[in-house]
Design a protein around this ligand. Structure first.
Ligand SMILES: *Cc1c(COP(=O)(O)O)cnc(C)c1O
Length: 369
């Protein structure tokens, strides 16, 4: 047993994958199905976070009455560790994920977690499982922190005990066949979030509630669902688990426009990164209300030249077609657009350390030994 990071106790796995087996799993990466050898864990009990540990990846024992299984106090985050040109490893904006995690925790009446434990868990796990951070272009190690309520009690009240964990899954190039625009279905039957609800929180229940709408989008031949506001079913909010941008042309200078954060949207870190990055590429940006009818008219008139979605997993995904009841509108002939591509190249370059990190977004991880 060794102490890493001054905080996390390391219990090394007694059966890590061999170098050859790991290499074969990193050859044909299956995102979200393969996990690194270890996981980090911190428990909350008696009003305190305790026993920060990194140990072998494996099942978790839960009491069948654990409140997460009944009332769904569960939140999560997602960010990535990227291989750098000098073979070092850097996390991308983990502080932003930590801040959002604690905002999600507050909304679900869960305790906040100190920065040293949240980021320390990522640093400790990446240090132990550094060989799992792939080297290929477009590849990374996806980090998934989450927190669940573990009180063995069926009463409806906030749990008094929680489990925080962090697991890691290698992520390959999201578009191995090359970047290709997706089609989206504007859902009027289902909504993701309502005013006063949990739309701003990254909680498990939001995803459970989204699955049927996603299935409906697929029945209509679309890749993803577009969420409209709950009241008018008209104002555009998000696409699946990603935020949206609309590229307006103001003469030659593009303006990237994204729905304003009203409280029902998830405040994406990629979204905020792109708003900051836009200026350095000579684009202006706006956050405002975007009604679907107006957006469709602006696409048809050519005022909108591109639409794209953004998020940690796929970075930037162009949208080539919007469908809905009585709606079918192609965007940019269903092709990738130059603004989405330039933002994508700029962001990937910063993440992979091939472009200067002028905003201080990279968080290097010490991986000695
Ligand atoms: C996580 C998430 C996003 C994207 O957030 P990033 O921080 O950019 O990864 C957007 N919408 C929803 C609903 C999400 O859960």
């Amino acid at each position: 047993m060794t102490t890493i990071d001054a905080t996390f106790q390391l219990h090394r796995s007694t059966s890590p994958l061999s170098d050859a087996e790991r290499a074969s799993r990193l050859q044909a990466i299956q995102f979200g199905r393969v996990f690194s050898d270890h996981m980090a864990q911190v428990t909350y009990r008696d009003g305190q976070w305790q026993e920060p540990t990194v140990k072998a990846y494996g099942p978790v024992a839960l009491d069948p009455a654990a409140s997460v299984l009944h009332y769904g106090q569960a939140i999560f985050e997602g960010f990535k560790a990227y291989r750098q040109p000098d073979d070092g490893i850097a996390l991308f904006r983990p502080e932003a994920n930590w801040e959002r995690f604690n905002r999600s925790a507050a909304r679900l009446a869960m305790p906040s977690i100190p920065k040293e434990l949240f980021i320390g868990a990522a640093e400790a796990l990446v240090a132990v499982d550094q060989a799992w951070v792939p080297h290929g272009a477009g590849e990374s190690l996806y980090l998934r922190p989450f927190m669940i309520a573990t009180d063995p009690f069926l009463g409806v009240r906030p749990s008094e005990q929680y489990l925080f964990m962090l697991i890691a899954s290698p992520a390959g190039e999201y578009f191995p066949q090359g970047l290709k625009p997706v089609s989206v279905w504007a859902s009027k039957e289902y909504v993701r979030a309502a005013p006063g609800g949990t739309g701003e929180a990254k909680c498990a229940g939001n995803y459970a509630a989204s699955l049927l709408a996603q299935a409906q989008a697929q029945q209509h031949g679309c890749d993803q669902v577009i969420w409209l506001d709950a009241i008018e079913r008209e104002v555009i909010e998000e696409m699946g688990g990603m935020n949206l941008f609309f590229v307006y042309r103001n003469g030659a200078a593009p303006v990237i426009v994204t729905p304003a954060l009203t409280g029902t949207l998830l405040p994406g870190i990629t979204r905020s990164t792109l708003l900051d990055l836009a200026a350095s590429l000579g684009y202006s940006s706006e956050e405002r209300r975007l009604p679907l009818t107006q957006v469709l008219a602006d696409i048809a008139s050519g005022a909108i030249s591109e639409v794209f979605a953004c998020g940690t997993a796929a970075v930037i995904t162009p949208v080539g077609l919007i469908k809905g009841h009585g709606i079918e509108q192609t965007i940019n002939n269903g092709e990738n657009g130059p603004v989405a591509l330039s933002l994508r190249t700029a962001l990937l370059g910063i993440q992979r350390g091939t472009l200067p990190d002028t905003h201080g977004w990279l968080h290097p991880v010490a991986v000695a030994g």
